[in-house]
Design a protein around this ligand. Structure first.
Ligand code: NIG
Ligand code: FE
Length: 423
């Protein structure tokens, strides 16, 4: 008896399943378990994965309205990019040149540039312009294999402009093939009108912006799945201020994320674990004790190697220590106009193997399954397991390791989102 389905993908060299472990991410030494099926096939119906197994087996049991021949190449889960600032207008190429000349990122920010330079441009832009410029990046990310992407606000920094950013993000979510996870990041930087008055700005975030965002979401029937994030860093928000921002978001039903230990360590990773944050991100200068705390917490640890690379720095997330501590390592681009205009998770994997010293298998897991858990979607996307959304990539190569071994190009041939070919 054959079962009728929408789609059968056949003739693969390998299908990388990237299975979850006891319904969770691959933590610690389990990281990098790909569950490779050589000459595998994937059965899809109604946008959902029905079964993954040997081609010889699945061919006989399924009657598919459509068959996709993978041409003897590898199939992997669609990438999940769990940390981006993808919604912005303009660029900061001039600051890139300043940094080459010796200025640091935080110096440029303290002098009124950096994030606030993009804030000026976003405040002046229409929502349509914001959508158009962001869509171009989203399209490139999709072509490079990103089928789920988190996008933060944080270039508005006043209530109306933050809502404009949210509006742009939701407009894209409504008609773009990629799944978009929105994050409210009113605490991305202190805007010029609050210069030297960070506590007063945090008051505004807690008392006005957070409730306004919650109300906006409510009136647009988007009740669930919004994150709140804060840049916990000297020169941005200290630990007490970061706690206030996150607790306000939690109070309004948002889930927490944090930018922690990007340049200096002031306890952000610990705070993330304490508040049950879904992820703690950057983690370049995290002390050993805090790595241990993260290793025991449900909080995913998101490394963003394109950021130190983009800044020309030599220090990266101590991924091996994190893995040893039992942490759930994920990877993301951090795509933003200041530190890392990078739309490619493939390039992030290539960097991670070299500078975080993780294997291609560990990098693939961190860019798919664990990244899905880092945006709270681990039960829906990130692996090729029955019941999950059929988000997958047919590569141009027969061996998944080439995703990290080679760099600078795009090795994704076909992008499939919820069972549909979208790129
Ligand atoms: O994650 N560090 C804070 N935010 C971004 C940079 C944003 C920007 O410079 O525009 C980051 O690196
Ligand atoms: Fe960031």
């Amino acid at each position: 008896m054959t079962q009728t389905i929408d789609l059968l993908i056949t003739n693969t060299s390998q299908v990388c399943v990237v299975p979850s472990v006891s319904g969770g991410p691959q933590r610690g030494q389990a990281l990098g378990t790909l569950g490779i099926i050589e000459d595998g096939a994937v059965a899809v119906d109604g946008g959902t994965i029905v079964e993954v197994g040997a081609s010889s087996d699945l061919r006989g049991r399924y009657d598919a309205s459509r068959t996709l021949d993978a041409g003897g190449k590898a199939v992997v889960p669609g990438f999940v990019d769990p940390h981006t600032h993808l919604a912005w207008v303009g660029d900061r190429a001039a600051e890139f040149e300043q940094r080459i000349g010796g200025a640091t990122y935080m110096e440029i920010m303290a002098a009124g540039g950096g994030i606030n330079s993009t804030v000026r441009q976003v405040r002046a832009a229409s929502v349509e312009q914001l959508v158009a410029e962001t869509r171009a990046r989203l399209d490139r990310a999709l072509r490079n294999g990103t089928t789920t992407v988190e996008i933060k606000t944080g270039y508005g920094l006043d209530t109306a402009s933050e809502l404009k950013m949210l509006d742009a993000i939701f407009r894209l979510a409504a008609d773009h093939p990629a799944t978009i996870v929105p994050t409210f990041m009113g605490a991305h930087a202190v805007p010029p009108e609050f210069d030297g008055r960070t506590d007063a700005f945090v008051d505004l975030i807690v008392q006005e912006m957070t409730p306004a965002v919650a109300e906006w979401l409510h009136s647009h029937s988007h009740e669930n799945h919004v994150f709140v994030d804060v840049f916990c860093e000297p020169g941005a928000f200290d630990l007490a201020q970061s706690r206030r921002v996150l607790e306000a978001g939690l109070q309004y039903g948002m889930r927490a994320k944090i930018h922690a230990d990007e340049f200096a360590s002031i306890g952000g990773a610990r705070l993330a674990a304490e508040l049950g944050a879904v992820s703690a991100d950057h983690l370049v200068t995290t002390p050993v004790d805090d790595l241990r705390i993260l290793g025991q917490a449900d909080t995913a640890a998101v490394a963003l190697p394109a950021t130190p690379f983009g800044l020309g720095h030599v220090h990266y997330t101590p991924a091996r220590a994190l893995i040893e501590a039992g942490g759930a390592l994920a990877l993301a681009t951090d795509c933003n106009p200041g530190t890392a205009w990078c739309e490619s998770m493939q390039f992030v994997m290539a960097l991670a193997c070299r500078y975080l010293r993780i294997t291609p298998a560990e990098a693939l897991t961190a860019a798919t399954l664990n990244a899905a858990y880092a945006v709270g979607l681990g039960d829906r996307v990130g692996s090729l397991e029955a019941g999950k959304q059929a988000d997958m990539l047919i590569l141009d190569v027969a061996d998944y390791r080439h995703l990290a071994y080679r760099f600078g190009g795009n090795l994704v041939r076909t992008v499939i989102k919820a069972g549909q070919v979208v790129g």
